[in-house]
Design a protein around this ligand. Structure first.
Ligand code: ZN
Length: 272
């Protein structure tokens, strides 16, 4: 199981979990080491499987020993580690996920109940606003989310990240945390697996330079050619040479038209 998948499973349980269920799971140690899980005291009760039928058994600390109480067997002494409770650190999750996504407008506390704003990711065609909702499985989860979103600034592209369930939400897309990101087990940082813009169906722009992009690149090229004394006297000849430089330095961009380049050459010469 991946690190994110285990973290998701634990978050989905909605509270403290017992460390003993994961005792032999090395991924749990990774989550603890990087702070995604923290120790949260001792469980109040566990399930007793030692008598006729499984039942909830209160955990007690008596005479310096931990144990649980079964009406059939009595006080069952166990190592403290058996009762260790762990809980997911959601504020830490909402700190590291936006870092990996390069988000703006992050909020470090829940908007409402358990709904968090991860923040806004700027993509080609606009801004995708991401939210985190631990579970999106039942009607209650959905109505809590709706209430939280109703207080938020309207945005065209919304992505709800959850650890469990992907109940449809009006005016938003949903994605499981494990489909959005993974955790590097060495550094503890998130790696993004899918672009939020793609997940919400935002149209992707072709890799064509925008006018503003051309401007910065062409101005830099013109300045470089002037500095090196490579500038040609004729405007057309200079534009042609400049376009050649552009193609050479930015083979991944669709080059501007020759008339656009000529315009930049003219501007750089004060329109003469
Ligand atoms: Zn029992």
């Amino acid at each position: 199981m991946s690190t994110v998948a285990l973290l998701s499973e634990i978050i989905a349980q909605g509270g403290k979990i017992s460390a003993r269920f994961y005792r032999d799971n090395p991924t749990l140690a990774t989550l603890l080491r990087h702070g995604y899980l923290s120790e949260a005291g001792v469980l109040k009760s566990v399930v007793c499987n030692d008598c006729e039928a499984p039942h909830a058994a209160p955990v007690l600390f008596e005479d310096g020993r931990y144990g649980y109480v079964c009406s059939d067997i009595g006080f069952v002494v166990q190592d403290r580690a058996v009762f260790q409770a762990l809980q997911p650190d959601l504020p830490l999750l909402i700190e590291r996920l936006p870092q990996a996504l390069d988000c703006k407008k992050t909020k470090g506390s829940p908007l409402h109940d358990q709904t968090w704003r991860i923040g806004a990711v700027v993509q080609d065609a606009g801004e995708v606003m991401l939210y985190f909702q631990p579970r999106l499985q039942g009607e209650e989860d959905a109505s809590n989310l709706t209430r939280a979103l109703s207080q938020e600034v309207r945005s065209r592209w919304r992505l709800i990240v959850t650890s469990l369930g992907t109940l449809p939400v009006a005016n938003a897309e949903t994605v499981r945390l494990s489909d959005l990101a993974e955790i590097d087990s060495n550094t503890g940082a998130f790696h993004i697996l899918a672009q939020p813009g793609d997940l919400v169906g935002m149209p992707r722009k072709n890799k064509r330079g925008r006018p503003s992009e051309y401007g910065a690149i062409l101005s830099a090229l013109i300045a470089a050619r002037k500095k090196s004394g490579a500038s040609l006297a004729g405007r057309n000849a200079e534009a042609k040479a400049l376009l050649g430089d552009f193609k050479q330095e930015h083979p991944d961009l669709t080059p501007p038209s020759i008339s656009t380049v000529r315009g930049y050459v003219s501007n750089s010469r004060g329109g003469q």
